[in-house]
Design a protein around this ligand. Sequence first.
Ligand code: PEP
Length: 257
Amino acid sequence: MRKKIVAGNWKMNTTLPEGVALATEIDTKLRNRHEVSNKTVVIIGVPFTHIWEVGRSLAPKFSSVAAQNCAAEASGAYTGEVSAAMIASLGCNYVILGHSERRAYYGETDAILVKKVTRALENKLEVIFCVGEVLAEREANNHFEVVKSQLENGLFNLSKEEIAHIIIAYEPVWAIGTGKTATSAQAQEMHAFIRSTVANKYGKDVADNISILYGGSCNTQNAKELFLNPDVDGGLIGGASLKADDFVTLVDIRENV
Ligand code: PEP
């Protein structure tokens, strides 16, 4: 059965000491509450500079660290880039790829993402792959086409074995950091569409086992309604992942619905 997941995305926030303090606080709260049940996979996406130290602050039984990006190339003369192999060598098991901020501000195209996903999988990283439409695309009723094309052009070159290492995050761009969440019905509708698109390409078994997360102003007030949907397997959480209490509450909500 597919996993329930709550993943945080700290983005470019926290200095290293602040990040270690936040991770330690999250870890302590998770340990205290997870003694009884441990059904939800908890992932924390941190800046590259924090992976090693934050990773050491987290008990692997309760949560894991993720990178927020990796290079498209394996190694070589690419000044400032961080390779998937480097990330894996820090004991990190996950990487977030295709976030809308990277697509919008750093020109990440589907073709670049294909290379990044390949590098990540070569290094045994599990990929949280983000898709989602901008407001104009939704208003023009193109959101299904946009997401389908992001899936087809960014992921569907993968084999059946490879796609099993992908977690999909549906993040409507108009909901990210805006306080405007997709309604529960909008989220379910798109998640079901994503699952059926995966099923058409890879078969029902693969689609039933792939986790699809919702991201976009998900918080302690709206998470329950979102997570109750049969095709919403969890959340990718930006702002609320920077507050230990809120983040752990979101894990609790995921665990209990
Ligand atoms: C994100 O950036 O992945 C995200 C979901 O952000 P927020 O929760 O702040 O909207």
